[in-house]
Design a protein around this ligand. Sequence first.
Ligand code: DX5
Ligand code: ZN
Length: 220
Amino acid sequence: MTDYLIAPSILSADFARLGEEVNAVLAAGADVVHFDVMDNHYVPNLTIGPMVCKALRNYGVTAPIDVHLMVDPVDQLIGDFADAGASWITFHPEASRHVDRSLQLIRDAGCKSGLVLNPATSLEQVKYVLDKIDVLLLMSVNPGFGGQKFIPATLCKLREARALIDASGRDIRLEIDGGVTADNIREIADAGADTFVAGSAIYGKADYSAAIGAMRTALA
Ligand code: DX5
Ligand code: ZN
């Protein structure tokens, strides 16, 4: 049976009460904290950096923190996030001049490494670095904002990504980010995803346990 992971995106949390909000979704059954880093350059929005990651660790968050870098350039922030307690660090290949080197930097810093592909970015981008990634994150919306609608063409891309990973025989998680809800999560899992980022579909609900529970039921 697939080991499914649910990763609430803190982009939709109440930032004034971030520590409480993160602990609340973890207590409600979430597995991973998805941490969206935006620089108003690679994407048209601005969020949070390593200090906030460190603050969550200091607050007592022990769950894996999945740092999704939507920044350009990438390399400078890798060590900072590793020092701040990041567990996974993923970035968009367009944002790094030397993708293979950036992936190696992440592993050398002691974190799990991954690439993020935008909806229109080809899977070819990962073909030659499969030995350097622990997670492949497919965007099912254009990055920059929470609350967007899932782009259906991503299902076909997920199937292709699943085939690529399985053929490699490597232990690589297939993560999906954008527009994931309790209503479409089953279809997304059937297409091959095993790790699900959800922002508005969890933090946008009053009852986090019910929101995550509905996703688990759909996945069961
Ligand atoms: C978008 C971010 C996502 C976002 C997902 O650029 O990478 O993690 O917060 O939000 P929802 O689940 O609301 O689409
Ligand atoms: Zn994200």
